[in-house]
Design a protein around this ligand. Sequence first.
Ligand SMILES: O=C([O-])C(=O)C[C@H](O)[C@@H](O)C(=O)[O-]
Ligand SMILES: [Mg+2]
Length: 444
Amino acid sequence: MTADRATPAAPTAPADLVLTEVRLTPVLIADPPLLNTQGVHQPHTPRLIIEVVTAGGATGLGETYGDTEYLELARPLAEAMIGRPVTDLNGLPALAARVCGDSPAATGADAVDAGGLRGVRTADKLRLSVLSGFEVACLDAWGHATGLPVHALLGGKVRDRVEYSAYLFYRWARHPGGRGEPDDWGAALDPAGIVAQARRFADTYGFTSFKLKGGVYEPAREVAAVRALAAAFPGRPLRLDPNGAWSVPVSLEVAHELRDVLEYLEDPASGTARMAEVAAGTDLPLATNMCVTTFDEIAEAFTRGAVQVVLADHHYWGGLRNTRELAAVCRTFGVGLSMHSNTHLGISLAAMTHVAATVPHLDYACDTHYPWQREDVLTERLAFRDGHLNVSDAPGLGVTLDRDRLAALHRRWLADDGGQRVRDDAAAMRVADPGWVTPAVPRW
Ligand SMILES: O=C([O-])C(=O)C[C@H](O)[C@@H](O)C(=O)[O-]
Ligand SMILES: [Mg+2]
């Protein structure tokens, strides 16, 4: 039997579970001047907060990318959700395909996302990123209506806490031009600065594994930083991720130099073909959140042995349930699983934690940007203990919206002239270096 894409009839569910209201609130959240191969983070990053309300009065929260093109897809989907039960999650992709249409911003399978370094940019993927926020909001509301935590609605947790890793960045002390809100981290531009940053992460949050965002400086300088981390934290799992900035020979050189200290090398080169060449020349596992970001890309990458670890991201994989499907495919092929993160708030972190708690072979500590975000829309920030988050057994996601905070961050979005409503790390870099253009790959 095939799914009917044209008329996705809402299945029968208790009238209480039918959606009566869906609210979309775009916000701009403070982001520090973190450097990556494309440029530097803007002072503020857009996110979209989704609230759903059922006829029975249950509410649910979701969060996803808030860039303008995502918002344009989210608006018709929000309208179309009214009258549908929160339990109709399998109907969401067909509904989104029907009402969202194709985003003009999706420019074909070879275009790489300019802001987020998230691999191919297709209409399907943009839609999945949007509907993931609605799926999470529905699960949260469903959980509130039934008294069950989201992990229970996904089949139940297999662990009580989820491990996260410290996400280290080269960074400036302030945004160029003195823009944005300052923080007290200071600059980190050399091995000593990266080690100091790692120490603060370890002391404050208890993280015991460390990922360095690379692709910023020439590879030898980044190798030296990883060596300094290895000396400062002997035996700890380390990762380096230049977001595909290196050629195959440079990737192989770095893999060889760091083979004794890295648990994996993440996206050293760009695209499945180059990753497969690198993988063929090293025993170091290669991880990706760039060449395998859609179900369509799995077969080629896995059969060519291009990657040994996939960094799942429930946003662009299309939600928590799709993340579990991805996990099952990875398990089938003997490919490891970890989790990717972009700048996000506590709703997304809670969602990640619930799904991570249900995946048996989550082999690595998950990435998260959360410690870099001093702002949130929750009444209480999620707190890491010994590098882990406890998995909430409270109904839904187990988080509560702070309306005042939401309103304040929305006011910042309203006040923006449009310059920050789309993430653009190259544009942010041009404030410091007017001649900057996104570097072509391989950069080294
Ligand atoms: O490759 C990754 O892990 C990411 O895409 C994470 C982020 O986009 C990171 O590179 C950033 O925010 O600069
Ligand atoms: Mg990555």
